[in-house]
Design a protein around this ligand. Structure first.
Ligand code: ZN
Length: 531
């Protein structure tokens, strides 16, 4: 009937340092937490398995508060450009890949990042045409806010000299007005729409591959945004429900892109609906772009691009209209905002249109604040979904974009927590690696992956605070803080077991701690055989 877990450091996360000797679970629920002796005495007739943790460390299962599961799976399947150190290395990889393509088949690459290249010049479409004039090519930048395309793809997308920039996007052109192959923000969609659609079966396979990887990283669940991009609501939601369930346990909370909100409503579905493993969440809206392509919407000019303050994805009034539609169906929203101007804009709209239910609105990223934006956030019952590993990937180049003066409230996680703002931790995978341990280490150390320097050390979190982001933080964001995110009576039996004690280790090592086991609803769904 039940399992008695014992023999390790069991951190309950009910308060800092709080630990127990043993946990007794039945099916998906924690029945009791206490000493081995007491639990054995109370439950010995119902215990049918004892699991000895062998001195390892048990924590509540970690939950990634912002990711894109399908894109993560595609990254595992597609050509990964994210580790490459030069444009030549990227081109070499593309050349090798084209050799195996059928005529007309698309070459999709993921995650190039010119900030990692010695020469930071972005590849021109003519260089891609040289590699493959006949196979259409689309290469997504690490930030997902820009793509590179070759001439074949541009032609299939129907883009020519007359094509205007779409609202919220830029088709980059040279002095002669010729496209360079670089497409920013909503301009990416023109290329993507020219791609053949994937089947639901394929999506199911991609989700399963992604989930297996997530479980191995210690994640028992994730809040994911996918429903708009791969052939629409019904197909994608259907794929999630088929791929994840009692036989493939993982807790997926799906944000609903506003473009498919009407499809969800048509199906008579709303916030929190779904299965025990796949449920629907807040309405996802983009307010601005991203820092890498200088499209995050700022109150001031980019330090390295005078006259440019970034991009508002929606025309004035449009974003408010979307929020109003969501409110008319009692739906919370989750808004992508990176720049301080965008945060002010969104905070004002949320204040104007408060939720009338107990659900929670979310600000995704909330990376660059100013005093006024911080004050506005403080006043709102809003969650901020932060991605601690951005600090390791964005510095030092973020300083070039923002200028030193704008850094005082950038990536300001400690300040947000101290101001009583609820934060949840995530990766935005596949933008960042999916590992929650990597995120925890980044929140604690704030060390750049490029130069090894520490950026804004006054914003660093304690290990406990950082683990909280991925446990109670992510649970709170979706109103599940009374059933998930802690090891306590009547909570869900979701755990991870780490091979080392995360609270008593050199913070520089956190990312390398092996995940020994992942447990969802009392079932061991991942076990590291090497440990
Ligand atoms: Zn995202």
């Amino acid at each position: 009937m039940g399992i008695l877990w014992f023999g390790g450091n069991i951190y309950t996360m009910q308060s800092e340092g709080d630990a127990a000797e043993a946990v007794y679970t039945e099916n998906d629920i924690i029945q009791a937490v206490g000493t081995y002796q007491k639990l054995y005495h109370d439950y010995y007739q119902r215990i049918d398995e004892e699991i000895n943790l062998l001195g390892k460390t048990m924590l509540p299962g970690l939950i990634d508060s912002h990711m894109h599961i399908i894109r993560h799976g595609l990254k595992l399947l597609r050509l990964d450009l994210s580790k490459m150190q030069s444009a030549n290395e990227v081109k070499e990889a593309l050349k090798n890949r084209t050799a195996n393509l059928a005529p007309g088949e698309w070459l999709i690459g993921e995650g190039w990042n010119e900030n990692q290249w010695e020469n930071k010049t972005i590849i021109h479409k003519s260089e891609l045409d040289e590699i493959s004039p006949d196979n259409p090519m689309m290469l997504t930048r690490i930030c997902r806010h820009a793509v590179l395309a070759n001439s074949r793809a541009i032609k299939l997308a129907g883009i020519n000299e007359q094509t205007q920039n779409p609202q919220g996007g830029i088709i980059v052109r040279d002095d002669q007005g010729e496209t360079t192959g670089y497409f920013l923000d909503t301009a990416q969609d023109i290329i993507k729409e020219a791609m053949p659609q994937v089947s639901q079966q394929y999506l199911e396979q991609v989700i399963k591959i992604a989930v297996d990887d997530l479980l191995s990283k210690g994640l028992v669940g994730g809040h994911t945004e996918d429903l708009y991009y791969f052939g629409g609501f019904d197909k994608t939601y259907g794929a999630f429900k088929n791929a994840i369930g009692p036989a493939n346990k993982f807790k997926a909370h799906l944000l609903v892109h506003h473009e498919v909100m009407a499809d969800m409503i048509r199906e008579n579905l709303g916030y929190g609906d779904g299965t025990a493993y796949v449920e629907l969440g807040a309405i996802k809206i983009f307010a601005d772009g991203a820092l890498g392509g200088r499209t995050a919407w700022l109150t001031t000019d980019y330090a390295d691009d005078p006259g440019n303050k970034g991009v508002a994805i929606h025309e004035k009034g449009e974003l408010e209209e979307i929020v109003k539609v969501a409110r008319s169906h009692q739906l919370p929203v989750a808004v992508h905002v990176i720049g301080d101007r965008a945060i002010e804009e969104v905070a004002a709209i949320l204040k104007q249109h408060p939720l009338t239910t107990s659900a929670r609105d979310r600000i995704i990223h909330g990376q660059i604040l100013n005093e006024r934006a911080l004050d506005m956030l403080k006043e709102l019952p809003v969650i901020v979904d932060i991605q601690p590993s951005f600090v390791t990937s964005d510095f030092p180049w973020a300083i070039t974009r923002l200028g030193k003066n704008k850094l005082s409230l950038a990536y300001a996680w400690k300040t947000m927590l101290e101001n009583g703002i609820h934060c949840a931790g995530g990766s935005d995978a596949p933008i960042e690696e999916v590992s929650p341990l990597r995120g925890i280490q980044a929140a604690v150390l704030r060390k750049s992956a490029y130069d090894g320097k520490i950026y804004m050390p006054y914003e660093h979190l304690s290990i406990y605070e950082a683990v909280q982001l991925y446990t109670q933080g992510s649970a709170y964001a979706i109103n599940q803080e009374t059933t998930r995110g802690m090891i306590a009576e009547h909570y869900k039996a979701d755990f991870i077991i780490l091979s080392e004690d995360i609270f008593n280790t050199d913070p520089d090592r956190i990312e390398q701690i092996p995940v020994f086991m992942t447990v969802v609803d009392g079932e061991v769904v991942y076990q590291n055989k090497a440990e």
